[in-house]
Design a protein around this ligand. Structure first.
Ligand SMILES: [Zn+2]
Length: 258
């Protein structure tokens, strides 16, 4: 059986709460069978854990985003450890990473926070979801030195050369709706060239809505438009791509290895 997986979305965000069941229903109608909900606060995490009781097809990831790293305290990191012990249903740590797009002012704080969270992931043998923007070299160096678990480069938008370096390390590479944008030639080239055993897709809802819904809020059901576009780009049958995406996600989450 084939289906789609939204490997990264912010479905615990407040904007989805008025009609959470509606978004889940739309996902179901579009064959989106698994949804990985990225939580970046205690409040979002508790909301997602509660929803998971009703929707067992929700996976949960939790971690502290690089923007705001200077405000994250030891107490927050202790909380991360605490919830990983208490809720084994938290499958991955993320999104975590480096973001120098607006400013490098807190680059050191970001790197420290990233390393600490990688070390926690290593300790719990949890995969990590990486956010990297305008910080390719630092991200690569930090991951190569510290990461000992599975790694997913979420919304990958750096160079083809860097993508190949990540693949050599065994990391997974994920594509969003950006791949469907007219002017996104670099991302399209990456999608054509990415190894089949490394590719993943996601919506990153509420951002980066794919064509034909560009301009509206994104939602998990739209991940099929990312997948269908990539199948076309790679000249693949949709079912074949789906089977590969399912296998990759399961290997990332640790279902078939260790
Ligand atoms: Zn995200």
């Amino acid at each position: 059986m084939t289906y789609w997986i939204d490997t990264h979305c912010h479905l615990a965000d407040e904007r989805y709460r008025d009609d959470f069941d509606g978004y889940m229903q739309a996902a179901k109608e579009n064959d989106v069978a698994i949804i990985n909900v990225i939580c970046s606060s205690e409040e979002e995490l508790m909301y997602a854990l509660e929803k998971q009781k009703q929707y067992s097809n929700l996976d949960i990831s939790f971690g502290f985003y690089p923007q705001g790293a200077e405000k994250i305290t030891q107490e927050d990191l202790d909380f991360l450890v605490f919830v990983l012990e208490k809720y084994p249903q938290i499958k991955a740590i993320g999104e975590i990473g480096l973001d120098y797009y607006y400013t490098r002012e807190f680059a050191k704080e970001q790197k420290d926070l990233l390393i600490k969270q990688i070390e926690i992931a290593n300790r719990f043998n949890k995969p990590i979801v990486i956010h990297s923007r305008s910080a390719a070299k630092d991200t690569y160096d930090t991951l190569k030195q510290y990461a000992k678990t599975r790694v997913l480069m979420h919304c990958y938008s750096d160079s083809l050369e860097m993508m190949r370096e990540y693949q050599k390390l065994g990391y997974f590479i994920s594509f969003t709706g950006v791949v469907t944008f007219k002017n996104a030639s670099k991302v399209k080239t990456n999608a054509v060239n990415v190894d089949l055993d490394k590719i993943m897709i996601e919506t990153d809802s509420p951002y980066l809505t794919p064509v034909p819904f560009r301009g509206k809020d994104n939602q998990p059901s739209y991940v099929r438009y990312v997948g269908e576009y990539i199948a076309q780009l790679k000249n693949m049958e949709i079912e074949k791509l789906q089977l590969q995406l399912i296998d990759n996600y399961q290997r990332f989450m640790g279902a078939n290895n260790d």
